[in-house]
Design a protein around this ligand. Structure first.
Ligand code: SER
Length: 583
């Protein structure tokens, strides 16, 4: 882990300010699920906005890339990695950038120059061949044979389709026992890329038009896992010091050696590490069937599948031991890990218990489906049913199917999955239904919890308490209600206890359609009567709550966890506001 400190110290000594790693879930960019590169959180500044820390920045950034989830298991792929980066925002350009990289590699990390090669952009119709960078490399002592000019596929960098971009120069290291060849051959995989310096001069818009940025920037990125492997002289990233304690825990849990069990051990190590970082993130992601929550679920469930393959007793605390080894390693660098250790352990365990519950049923269903199955490809509806009803991540279905020599219509599955995601997002736009921002699993729970809180306040505070508004996110619920005084501590505790009692009773949640008039006459609680159609749905929770509502709700209260009031405050005249969580 020392490389991280050496890197930051070096760039601070060159006038850079260290910026904190941004959360893994981008704060202002709903177009991507996770941060995939160090520069991503800096896009507004690369586009010209002035950065509060100045024009020279450095950091280590948590990145998550799940596109090649299936590749994890080999020596070099990870779903989570850390990227070391330094930036110039309209400050220095090619010369200093290349000099800094060269000095850091050869003087601080002591990499012999003989083991390095570089590539530069050969240019295209819009941008000239990058002789400037090539000359700087020459002056530093890189021989001509070790400088390759490559086209836009290799030496032009852009994150996705549009945004700030530019030509780049990449640095390669000879990772092999074989003698270093004089000439750099870009096709020879023994040359591994270790650092990428992008000279961001342009912006590409969604229609493909390229314009110059207001300032010329530098964006560099170096993957920590890879540079660590290079420096420690191993060709398997999982054999570096980053993974030593983590793999040791897996060896202990399985009573097996890494050698001979590499694939499953790497999958477990990688997936649990990523799950740790997702669960500890301030975005509060929890396992679910959509978006980031689905990725988290797949990672945990895939790790469990491989734990079973290694004959680990999955009911033991194996996952907690591995997660603890991971958190020991990272808590010094990431405060959210330090603060959320228990949350992480609960998320992992909760998902394990849930998966174990549906796994057996799902496996039986899978047997039923495939016994005497007429075709050699499992169709998308069946794959989706296994996902939707039994929580089978698609790769689990694929793995099980392949054991029976069956293919799975994975593309078809993803089409259905997309429809399912869009449906849950469409639900999200129907805001008036009690201020429901989106309708994931957690939000649904909160929705039911607001009914319980509404009912509890009537018992504890006053039967004339009525809901005035609510707002739900995956992290918390907010509930506004009519009340003429600040709640006493006693009232808060009583309301909290009552809700928890009802949760424990696992009361059934049922619904019935009726005319609005009938609903009102039956005494059902309703917030904005005039906003509802003539035929309404009344939701009942046992016999404690009766409320007009558009749903969705959980089917019984037992799954809500523990209800906790975090804050009670004034909202407006005669209206109080409670913020509460389910833990
Ligand atoms: N953005 C470039 C990369 O991700 C350099 O940081 O490789």
């Amino acid at each position: 882990m020392k490389i991280k400190d050496l890197y930051i110290d070096y760039f601070i000594s060159k006038g850079h300010k260290q910026i904190p790693s941004a959360p893994v879930v981008p704060e202002n960019d709903p177009s991507v699920l996770f941060n995939t590169a160090g520069m991503q959180p800096l896009v507004p500044y690369l586009m010209g906005k002035s950065h509060p820390y100045g024009t020279r920045l450095c950091d280590y950034q948590k990145c998550i890339r799940t596109n090649d989830l299936e590749e994890v298991g080999d020596k070099t792929h990870h779903t989570f990695f850390e990227m070391l980066g330094n930036w110039s925002l309209g400050d220095y350009f090619k010369k200093e950038s290349i000099e800094f990289s060269f000095e850091f590699l050869t003087k601080v990390l002591n990499i012999p120059v003989e083991k390095l090669a570089v590539t530069v952009f050969e240019g295209d119709k819009d941008i000239p061949r990058d002789e400037v960078s090539a000359n700087i490399w020459r002056e530093l002592g890189i021989k001509d044979e070790r400088i390759s000019y490559l086209g836009a596929d290799d030496n032009f960098w852009i994150a996705g389709e549009s945004g700030p971009c530019g030509g780049d120069t990449e640095i390669f290291y000879w990772r092999s026992e074989d003698p270093v060849p004089e000439k750099h051959d870009p096709e020879d995989e023994r040359w591994v890329e270790i650092w990428n310096n992008v000279f961001m001069e342009f912006n590409k818009d969604k229609d493909g038009n390229i314009t110059e940025l207001p300032k010329k920037n530098v964006d560099t990125g170096m993957g920590l896992e890879r540079i660590t492997a290079v420096l420690e002289g191993v060709d398997d990233n999982y054999k570096t010091s980053i993974w030593t304690n983590i793999i040791a825990e897996i060896e202990k849990a399985s009573n097996k050696k890494y050698e001979g069990n590499e694939v499953s051990m790497r999958i477990i190590a990688d997936h649990i590490r990523t799950a740790v970082f997702i669960s500890a993130d301030p975005a509060g992601i929890r396992p679910s069937n959509t978006d980031q929550g689905y990725i988290l679920r797949r990672l945990i469930r895939r790790a469990i599948r491989h734990a079973k393959k290694l004959e680990i007793d999955v009911n033991s605390d194996w996952e907690a031991n591995i997660a603890n080894a991971i958190m020991d390693l990272y808590e010094k660098y990431y405060v959210e890990i330090k603060e959320n250790r228990n949350v992480v352990l609960e998320v992992l365990k909760g998902e394990k218990v849930k998966f174990n519950r549906t796994l057996e049923k799902g496996l039986r269903e899978f047997e039923k489906i495939t016994n005497g199955y007429q075709f050699d490809c499992l169709d998308k509806d069946l794959a989706f049913k296994l996902f939707d009803t039994y929580g089978f991540p698609i790769e689990l279905t694929v793995e099980l199917a392949s054991e029976r020599n069956l293919d799975v219509d994975v593309n078809g599955f993803y089409e259905k999955y997309k429809e399912h995601q869009e449906k849950s997002r469409a639900g999200a736009s129907e805001k008036f239904k009690g201020g429901l921002a989106s309708t994931g699993e957690i939000e649904t729970k909160y929705h039911t919890a607001t009914h319980l809180l509404n009912a509890a306040l009537k018992v504890v505070v006053d039967e004339n308490v009525h809901q005035k508004g609510s707002n739900i996110t995956a992290e918390r619920m907010r509930f506004d209600f009519s009340c003429d005084h600040k709640l006493t501590d006693e009232e808060k505790t009583k309301a909290e206890n009552l809700v928890n009692e009802w949760i424990k009773m696992d009361l059934p949640v049922t619904s019935k359609e009726m005319s609005k008039e009938e609903a009102v006459n039956s005494g059902a609680e309703c917030m904005f009567l005039d906003r509802y159609p003539d035929v309404v749905t009344v939701y009942y929770i046992g016999d404690v709550s009766k409320e007009l509502c558009g749903g969705p709700h959980v089917s019984s209260t037992g799954c809500l966890g523990t209800f906790k009031i975090k804050k009670e405050e004034a909202s407006s005249q005669g209206v109080r506001r409670i913020k509460a969580v389910l833990e």
